[in-house]
Design a protein around this ligand. Structure first.
Ligand code: OGA
Ligand code: MN
Length: 214
């Protein structure tokens, strides 16, 4: 009893996270610009590019470990899973932010997020990811998808690579376009929101991940 009271006193409302929660409840997605400070974005971008040049990435597949297949007509990005235990400074800051958000969501919304998985992604010029849902037929543990963009700050609409979210507005489909701007995070309900990545006209860098239940 005393412990509970103490925890309640300690709890500090975070206006940014409150907005994310309101957005998710209202619309099923939230877009947060400057979720990551630019020095963290730059550090993550350098880390991604270094590991890509060292050939640590693999062609992204669809399906999970039971039915994984590479289908470049569906998605053409290269990915590298991030390991939270073997990290450098910028990855550390990245996971600090993510863990902080997850803890807040658990505390305020009882989401029961106990696991997470994140990967770097690089879309070479011309590559895309066709319309899809982020869940597997044999696994529904992914609750929230989190996409974070690591592009340079000169990304222009002509560079393509936009994320399109397919929303349901009172029975009518509405497409919401999101440009992959550095520091921007997009959070959405993995089991509900269909989305796609339009062909990138230049190399496109990001981190995508999922907050999951047990
Ligand atoms: C994904 C995905 C969106 C993006 O990796 O599943 O949909 O904007 N990514 O990179
Ligand atoms: Mn997706």
């Amino acid at each position: 009893m005393h412990v509970e009271l103490f925890e309640q006193l300690e709890f500090k409302e975070n206006p940014l996270y409150e907005r994310v929660i309101d957005d998710l409840l209202d619309k099923g997605y939230s877009i947060v610009d400057d979720f990551f400070p630019i020095d963290v974005v730059n550090g993550l971008r350098n880390d991604l590019l270094e590991k890509y040049e060292e050939d640590h990435f693999k062609k992204a597949a669809i399906g999970n470990f039971i039915n994984e297949v590479v289908k470049t007509e569906i998605r053409g990005d290269f990915i590298l899973w991030m390991d939270e235990t073997k990290i450098n400074d910028s990855q550390n800051k990245f996971f600090e932010h993510i863990n902080d958000l997850a803890a807040y969501l658990n505390k305020t919304c009882f989401l029961g997020i106990l696991r997470k998985e994140f990967h770097y992604a690089l879309y070479p010029e011309g590559k895309f990811y066709k319309r899809h849902l982020d869940t597997f037929q044999n696994d529904d543990r992914r609750k929230l998808s989190v996409v974070c963009y690591l592009n340079e700050d000169d990304w222009k609409p002509e560079d393509g690579g936009e994320l399109v979210l397919y929303l349901n507005d009172a029975g009518k489909e509405v497409a919401k376009t999101v440009y992959p701007l550095p520091g921007r995070a997009v959070i959405f309900e993995s089991q509900v929101l269909e989305h796609e990545v339009k062909p990138a006209k230049r190399e496109r860098l990001s981190i995508t991940g999922w907050l999951k239940t047990r």
